[in-house]
Design a protein around this ligand. Structure first.
Ligand code: PLP
Length: 422
């Protein structure tokens, strides 16, 4: 997803980080409004996490979960079961958001065979720019265009439903909410008895921080239950305080059957992900004696798990969930003031997951060209601010440890860059 010749023309090489700031090899300092890839929730070089990882590496640097286990994975699994909202009893560790979602899918499809429902193999996800990862299975679930067909992804094993995007719908650029609800009802009517699971993000972050309209996710959850399928909630981007609650689903009335998490799980210090399952799934494997033929060498790496335990300690001690809500509200106020610029069509989000919809003309909603979007990002970087671009939007996901002064600085640098565009 990066044009390599960009580096030949002189890309940016980051070499150091402290708190919410990173530095490149030319000595330039930047405020990160991206938290790496939204995962560095506790900021760079946090002493509690660095110390926990170092200590773990000295004590027991590697342990597999294949025919053995280790104390750090056990402790972390218990902590995750404690804090995740849902009826979960078992945890499966992996290494990325993509692998957490593929784990969910493999486990749930085989589960259906084990309980005598082999015809239930269909997976349902959302096509309006959902993102579940780039592994071949996770990519099939992803609605965003990732050239799936070019890689031979078989789109027959899942169904993609539209997800409401009010900004686009009001301008005739996307499906309206009623059409989305109807597509869900139609799927339930025609193929409900073949569905194994429905997967949804509580807020579609990659898709431009699309917020589900009031009651929409509750309707998805109710339809899933009527179909007799499992509801997988992908909390990879929204988990661990990003949206001002510990998990994104807490903004809604839904109760996931399965949840996937990664990114903020250990503040991005080492690769780690987890998928949480309810009792009946585990018991189906256990009672039939079936093996789950799945696993990665680095699943539940002890140092990655130690980083997660330290991250949870920091999130709790530094009140980072509340901080995310408060800093998010402050940044949101600054962003709302940008609506007076022609180039800003809408501002939306929750906590520190915020999007600014960039437009050529806010009435038609005509987006900027990819070149113009790249120019916005370049101007931000020149102003010492790293931002993330996604579709028509500029995304602001700073670390949750951001101070009020840093929030104001992010807003000032962004304002300067957007004013310089036109
Ligand atoms: N799910 C969601 C909601 C995501 O936003 C992402 C990545 O951005 C993923 C899954 C994939 O995670 P990873 O890049 O760690 O594979």
């Amino acid at each position: 997803m990066t044009s390599m010749n960009m580096f030949e023309r002189g890309g940016t090489t980051l070499v150091a980080g402290e708190g919410v700031r990173v530095r490149d090899d030319a000595g330039n300092s930047y405020l990160s409004a991206t938290s790496g890839l939204w995962n560095v929730t506790c900021g760079w070089n946090h002493p509690v996490i660095v110390d926990a990882v170092s200590e773990q590496l000295r004590r027991f640097s590697y342990g597999t979960l294949f025919r053995y286990d280790h104390d750090v994975a056990r402790t972390l699994a218990a902590r995750l079961l404690d804090i995740a909202p849902g009826r979960f009893e078992r945890v499966y560790f992996s290494t990325s958001g993509s692998s957490a979602n593929e784990t969910a899918v493999k486990v749930l499809r085989r589960y259906r065979s084990l309980i005598g429902q082999p015809e239930r193999r269909l997976l349902v996800s959302f096509d309006t720019h959902s993102w579940h990862g780039t592994g071949i299975g996770a990519m099939a679930l992803t609605g965003e265009d990732l050239d799936q067909e070019e890689y031979g992804v078989d789109r027959r094993w899942n169904r993609l439903l539209p997800f409401p995007d009010p900004f686009a719908a009001e301008r005739g650029l996307g499906p309206d909410e009623a059409a989305c609800r109807e597509a869900l009802a139609e799927l339930e009517r025609t193929e409900g008895d073949r569905v194994a699971a429905v997967i949804v993000e509580p807020i579609l972050c990659s898709g431009g921080v699309l917020m589900p309209p009031e009651g929409f996710l509750e309707e998805v959850a109710a339809a899933t239950e009527r179909m007799g399928a499992h509801l997988i909630v992908d909390e990879v981007a929204t988990g661990f305080g990003r949206t001002g609650r510990m998990f994104g689903a807490e903004h809604t009335g839904i109760r996931p059957d399965v949840v996937t998490m990664s990114k903020g799980i250990n503040s991005g210090y080492l690769p780690l992900a987890a998928t949480l399952f309810p009792a009946e799934v585990y018991e189906a494997y256990e009672s039939s004696g079936a093996y789950l033929t799945h696993g990665e060498t680095q699943s539940g790496n002890p140092a990655a798990c130690a980083a997660a335990l330290a991250t949870l300690e920091v999130v709790e001690k530094e009140n980072l969930v509340r901080r995310s809500a408060e800093a998010g509200a402050r940044l949101r106020k600054h962003l709302d003031a940008l609506l007076q610029l022609d180039i800003v069509g809408e501002v939306r989000g929750e906590g520190l997951a915020l999007a600014v919809e960039l437009v050529r003309d806010s009435r038609s909603g005509e987006p900027l060209s990819p070149m113009e979007m790249a120019m916005v990002s370049h101007l931000c970087q020149r102003n010492g601010l790293l931002v993330h671009l996604s579709r028509r939007c500029l995304l602001l996901f700073p670390p949750l440890v951001v101070t009020d002064a840093e929030v104001d600085e992010i807003a000032a640098r962004l304002t300067g860059a957007l004013k310089a565009v036109r």
